[in-house]
Design a binder for this molecule. Structure first.
Ligand code: DQA
Length: 145
């Protein structure tokens, strides 16, 4: 079975209790179980990971080449700052999709630039928790193309 890693960046562990007008009322655990359900439908294994630590996220991305068939990543605030995460994405040869709950292009100026999206195959944003499910659809299309 193909294995898809979903990485979640800083503060996403607070979902449900964090600016719910922007990010919705679902907790990260609820999004995780929705993703696992979607994985069953698509016949892929979903491995879910969250960290508030840039180095841990980079080390997880390093594992993708050997251990996973594709990556879906919500780098959260690191999206707008992290050349180090961009470099680790570029060093990875597996299909990769960046996702965001909110439409980062309809928000503050400092969120309109995604540094990390320069290292992925495509970007999905603005669909709330559904961005994750669309990300799984998109990564499956890339893996099976
Ligand atoms: C986010 C958007 C980022 O700008 C923000 O820092 C987040 C969440 C999203 O999913 O909409 O933490 O990645």
């Amino acid at each position: 079975m193909k294995r898809i890693l979903i990485i979640n960046g800083p503060n996403l562990n607070l979902l449900g209790n964090r600016e719910d007008d922007i990010y919705g009322k679902d907790s990260l655990d609820k999004i995780k179980s929705d993703c696992e359900k979607k994985g069953k439908e698509k016949n892929v294994e979903i491995i879910f990971f969250q960290s508030n630590n840039e180095g841990e996220i980079i080390e997880k991305i390093h594992e993708v080449n050997d251990k996973y068939d594709g990556l879906v990543i919500n780098p959260a605030a690191f999206t707008h700052t992290s050349i180090a995460i961009l470099d680790s994405l570029r060093a990875n040869s597996k299909p990769k999709i960046e996702i965001h709950l909110s439409n980062i292009y309809a928000r503050e100026e400092y969120r309109k630039k995604s540094i990390t999206s320069e290292g992925v195959d495509g970007l999905i944003c603005g669909f709330g928790g559904n961005s994750y499910l669309l990300g799984i659809e998109a990564i499956c299309n890339l893996i099976y193309k």
